[in-house]
Design a binder for this molecule. Structure first.
Ligand SMILES: *[C@@H]1O[C@H](CO)[C@@H](O)[C@H](O)[C@H]1NC(C)=O
Ligand SMILES: *[C@@H]1O[C@H](CO)[C@@H](O)[C@H](O)[C@H]1NC(C)=O
Ligand SMILES: *[C@@H]1O[C@H](CO)[C@@H](O)[C@H](O)[C@H]1NC(C)=O
Ligand SMILES: *[C@@H]1O[C@H](CO)[C@@H](O)[C@H](O)[C@H]1NC(C)=O
Length: 523
């Protein structure tokens, strides 16, 4: 179906890096077709987000989002001084996107609505009919093509007027988010049956509010980050309960929110302190978000509550930097999800530590109080934060399954998983990544009995990757960002994914590396 000749541009880079990786650990070569298959009711899909692909930032009556405004005011924020004004121009090329999804053979497409495309000012007093029509057409075309839309309401593109009022640190924004969600449910609920409210509150609040590595770059470490966390959770619960009351009886859809998490490995699994450190890390970075919704007792996990309360007291605050939920809020949050939506990319390992000199005071890292390490044997092929440890994926899914009993009744759906490189069609490393990570998912399903019912690859195509601009690529399809048409081309990983979706099995020999092109060593 495609030429298997090596692309010179990529080969040199890959060889250098692969040799480096080989020095770090010996490769485990898997081959053949894996006997375990993905169950018949398992959903395959691909994911994107509006600001990362859509473009048309000021077209069709769209209002400005925080990312539009922030990057126009701070053009050097991204590594390549780029922004998402045009991105992959899906605003004009969405029919090509649908063709691409059809070719992959997946049943589902996760995408997001740009809040200010349908509500230019963020508020429901001004509904932009041209924007309304854009998504209506897109959803209709998807449904016509037998592709189920899974729609994120908020994938980080806060309306600028609300950003100026403090964004998610302002609890009043929750009211306006509810209004927006109601408009979206009313407009599209006949076609959209799977909704995601707030994308990755941990990453959005940590990097955008606690640091300055995502907009709005608030850098309110240890304070704004927890206001954002608290309000994101409340915003989710508010919208979940509103849908449940006003729409679910008729529309019969499902609602959840995506949590992203690295796997945290105890640095020395035989040391109790390291095991505890890794557990604390997971509780502070994932449990803080998941426990209020998926645990039986609700609220923040006790260790999270105590760590932040204790540290706040020690630092002379007369109140905890992590706000408290009322009993009613605890109740509204508990059980407010119809499935567990998990995004996963990387792993790290933990040892206990007093305080590292690089921890800001106060901060989530300081409140957590564990040292973050990685194993030298874990390859870090391209992007600064992505370490390859596929087994961590299986362990993370098991951690959730063991922690939250409700996951016996409602499934885990992987809503993002993917691999970053510097681009190119012959993406053998991405093929390996998907094979290796999906293999670990099969083991979690078949050998551990985990209730995983779906998998969405990030991403359908190369896109705007926030602070990394267009430097790093995650796509199954390459996008030529120099062409006015933003021409899309399938990569080898697209053919490989299509084969997995078609056969419901992983064939490690489906895409063969040319002789002499080394694999990145995965232990
Ligand atoms: C698949 O099953 C066959 C027959 O039971 C066995 O011989 C083979 O080793 C298995 N392959 C893998 C990759 O497990
Ligand atoms: C609402 O948004 C539109 C489009 O961005 C803008 O022209 C208008 O000034 C805004 N109105 C208010 C009251 O902010
Ligand atoms: C918080 O402080 C209390 C009282 O000093 C102590 O008993 C508890 O173990 C501390 N909790 C954590 C998680 O450090
Ligand atoms: C862009 O697409 C249009 C319409 O399909 C085509 O006529 C044109 O040649 C393309 N331009 C480039 C530069 O590929």
């Amino acid at each position: 179906m495609w030429s298997s000749s090596a692309v010179a541009r990529n080969t040199a880079v890959l060889l250098t890096i692969s040799l480096l990786q080989l020095a770090r650990g010996s490769p485990v070569v898997k081959s053949g077709v894996i006997n375990y298959s993905f169950p018949d009711d398992f959903i395959f899909g691909v994911s994107t987000a509006a600001y990362q692909i859509e473009g048309g930032w000021n077209e069709g009556g769209k209002g400005e989002s925080m990312w539009d405004t922030f990057l126009h005011e701070h053009p050097t924020f991204t590594v390549d001084h780029s922004n998402g004004d045009v991105a992959a121009d899906s605003y004009h090329h969405y029919m090509e996107d649908i063709e691409m999804i059809k070719k992959l053979g997946v049943q589902s497409y996760r995408m997001s609505i740009s809040w200010t495309r349908i509500l230019p000012n963020g508020t429901d007093n001004n509904i932009n009919q041209e924007g309304v029509k854009y998504y209506r057409t897109l959803f209709e075309e998807l449904v016509k093509a037998n592709i189920t839309p899974v729609v994120t309401l908020y994938h980080w593109d806060m309306p600028t007027p609300f950003m100026k009022l403090g964004g998610w640190t302002n609890a009043k924004v929750i009211d306006y988010f509810e209004d927006y969600a109601r408009v979206a449910f009313r407009l599209y609920g006949d076609l959209v049956k799977m909704w995601l409210t707030v994308n990755e509150p941990h990453e959005g609040c940590l990097s955008g509010y606690g640091q300055a590595t995502l907009a709005p770059a608030m850098n309110s470490h240890g304070l704004g980050i927890y206001l954002c966390t608290h309000n994101n959770l409340l915003a989710h619960a508010r919208v979940y309960r509103m849908y449940e009351k006003e729409f679910k009886p008729l529309q019969k859809g499902k609602v959840s929110l995506p949590f992203e998490s690295a796997w945290a490995e105890p640095h020395d699994p035989n040391k109790a302190d390291d095991v505890e450190a890794a557990e604390n890390y997971l509780q502070m970075h994932l449990g803080m978000f998941a426990h209020p919704i998926f645990s039986e007792e609700g609220d923040y996990p006790r260790v999270v509550r105590e760590k932040i309360d204790n540290m706040s007291r020690l630092q002379g605050y007369s109140r905890s930097r992590l706000p408290y939920f009322t009993d009613e809020e605890v109740k509204a949050l508990r059980g407010s999800a119809d499935f567990f939506s998990l995004n996963h990319y990387t792993a790290l390992s933990n040892t206990p530590s007093a305080m590292e000199s690089y921890f800001k005071v106060p901060s989530l890292h300081q409140d957590t109080g564990v040292r973050i390490l990685v194993y030298p044997s874990w390859p870090k092929p391209f992007i600064r934060w992505q370490y390859l440890y596929p087994q961590g994926f299986r362990k993370l899914v098991n951690w959730l399954q063991n922690k939250y009993k409700i996951l016996k009744e409602i499934p885990i759906i992987i809503t993002e998983n993917g691999f970053a490189d510097f681009g190119g069609i012959e993406d053998y490393d991405r093929v390996d990544y998907y094979n290796d990570f999906l293999y670990q998912l099969l083991l979690a399903i078949h050998e551990d009995g985990c209730n995983v019912k779906g998998y969405f690859a990030w991403s359908l195509m190369d896109d705007f990757e926030w602070i990394d601009g267009y430097k790093h690529k995650f796509g199954l399809y390459s996008v030529d960002f120099n062409s006015p048409n933003r021409t899309r081309t399938p990569k080898l990983s697209a053919y490989n994914y299509a084969n997995i979706v078609r056969t419901r099995r992983i064939d490690f020999d489906y895409i063969k590396r040319p002789e002499g092109l080394n694999t990145i060593a995965l232990k």
